[in-house]
Design a protein around this ligand. Structure first.
Ligand code: FUL
Length: 488
């Protein structure tokens, strides 16, 4: 290869990588803006991008038709005849989930793995004649499918006699955490449920010891609880985040398991100093556990949940309960597949594609308005100069190509570059300079606006009316949801 062609190749490669500084004649590249703290860590960012993850509630309750077992259940009742965790992963794949979380021990205290610290486990059950290990089958099946595994270990334990004796129970719980986090390979999320019955025995959980032990054993894990530290509960079990939803909170404001914290968790806190994004847990059926006569929510409900969770800056943790045979009901898998196909269909076509983008200003090479149209997993973003805030404010505008501007859309997608912090406090969406078709407060990783009626138009402009620092936008999309009631 000649020197000339080599130089050309280098230039092309540099341009492709956005390295304007290496092109002859171009000035040095403008660095990215400073972050607005707090910002997510790498594990939190990877979690956020999953968008939909799966929950599997399976245990003693599956066999007793209950939601909260008493702890007095006989292990002989735990007898799934054809448990197949690979089939559970079919359900996770059908939903497009990259992480699956198993309830390893629920409030009834029965352990789905052969814990060395209690007799109340699969070891005392007929499952594989006492030689079974559901946690092993689950984690192996997940890993074999390329799905990450997570585990739930209920702090509230209605069976164990140590519950209520502070040191003894905390030691027991820690020893079980140790088993779960050292025997089964990589664990990507651990769930600390704050739930506890009103008349439950008094018990102080040593969360700090638990959290630090988890970190010691699994360095890239995300720890879930009402108060994080990595992922927080959204404050309800309907799968709905607040219309205002910050990834930030002040952890010191949240007592795990307390009542009255729900609204704070639902909305987050713009002045929060901790990055603890919300997870929306909801079951596909009325119950968390399987009950013979319950059925899955319809597609329209699942879609509403999606818009109100993923579309409000959250990760959706969708529960599907395996039945007493040890299998996920085929109808539930079909519903998950239908749900995923629907989401894919809505978002596969971007009616903003081919638009030209302009903005109130651009920070420099690498921060162009057009970055919001690139399908690059949020790597690039539009950044304005800091000056706009002192002039007329920050906006970005898409001018749709003549060929598609007559095509109506009823969903507007906006995504912030949260790598550098969540910033947008209030925004408005205009079509053709006049009608405000949508407005709202926070954006975060993803904000989906469903419009009351489908609209067409030449230009779509988004004003960032209030924000912490300059807005940084990684994507804007326009979509048509054919299942919305306003579309013929
Ligand atoms: C709640 C529990 O009490 C439910 O049984 C279920 O496990 C849900 C995910 O969390 O707090």
């Amino acid at each position: 290869m000649g020197v000339a062609s080599l130089t050309l190749l280098c230039l092309v490669a540099a341009a492709a990588a956005g390295m304007a500084s290496s092109a002859p004649g171009a000035g040095p590249r403008v660095p990215p803006p400073l972050p607005v703290l707090p910002i997510p860590n790498a594990a939190q960012l990877a979690w956020q991008r999953r968008e939909v993850i799966m929950f599997f509630h399976f245990g003693m309750n599956t066999f007793t038709d209950s939601e909260w077992g008493t702890g007095a259940e006989d292990p002989s009742m735990f007898a799934p005849a054809a448990l197949n965790a690979t089939q559970w992963m079919d359900a996770a794949s059908a939903a497009g989930a990259s992480l699956a979380i198993l309830v390893a021990k629920h409030h009834d205290g029965f352990c789905l793995w052969p814990s060395a610290y209690t007799a109340h486990s699969v070891r005392a059950s007929p499952f594989h004649n006492g030689a079974g290990d559901v946690v092993r089958e689950f984690t192996d099946a997940a890993h074999a499918r390329g799905i990450d595994a997570g585990l739930y270990l209920s702090p509230w334990d209605r069976h164990d006699a140590r519950y209520g004796r502070e040191v003894e129970y905390n030691e027991y719980y820690l020893a079980q955490l140790h088993e779960l986090l050292t025997r089964y390979g990589k664990v990507s999320e651990i769930w600390f449920d704050g739930a506890k019955g009103k008349n439950a025995t008094n018990m102080t959980y040593h969360f700090q010891e638990w959290f630090q032990t988890v970190r010691q054993l699994q360095s890239s894990i995300n720890i879930f609880s009402d108060a994080g530290p990595d992922v927080r509960w959204v404050g309800d079990e309907q799968g709905f985040a607040g219309a205002t939803c910050w990834s930030t909170v002040n952890r010191s404001m949240i007592t795990i398991g307390a009542t009255g914290i729900e609204k704070y968790l639902n909305n987050g806190d713009p002045r929060g100093t901790d990055w603890v994004p919300p997870e929306c847990d909801v079951s596909i059926r009325p119950g968390w556990f399987w009950h013979k006569n319950e059925t899955a929510k319809p597609r329209s409900k699942l879609l509403e949940i999606y818009y109100n969770s993923v579309g409000r800056n959250c990760v959706l943790l969708l529960n599907v309960p395996p039945n007493s045979t040890g299998l996920v009901d085929a109808r539930d898998i079909a519903r998950l597949r239908e749900f995923r196909a629907t989401v894919t269909r809505i978002f596969a076509t971007d009616l903003a594609a081919g638009s030209t983008a302009r903005a109130s200003s651009e920070r420099g090479a690498g921060f162009a308005a057009g970055n919001v149209l690139l399908d690059d997993a949020g790597e690039t973003y539009w950044a304005p100069t800091a000056e706009d805030g002192r002039r007329n404010g920050y906006w970005i505008e898409l001018r749709r190509p003549a060929a598609t501007r007559a095509r109506a859309f009823n969903v507007v997608r906006i995504q912030e570059h949260v790598v550098l912090g969540q910033r947008v406090e209030r925004h408005e969406v205009y079509v053709d300079g006049v009608a405000v078709v949508a407005n709202g407060t926070t954006v975060g990783h993803k904000r989906l606006h469903r419009l009351p009626v489908a609209v067409a138009g030449k230009t779509v402009r988004i004003w960032f009316v209030a924000r912490r620092g300059v807005p940084l936008v990684s994507a804007v999309g326009l979509h048509l949801d054919p299942f919305a009631t306003n579309v013929m």
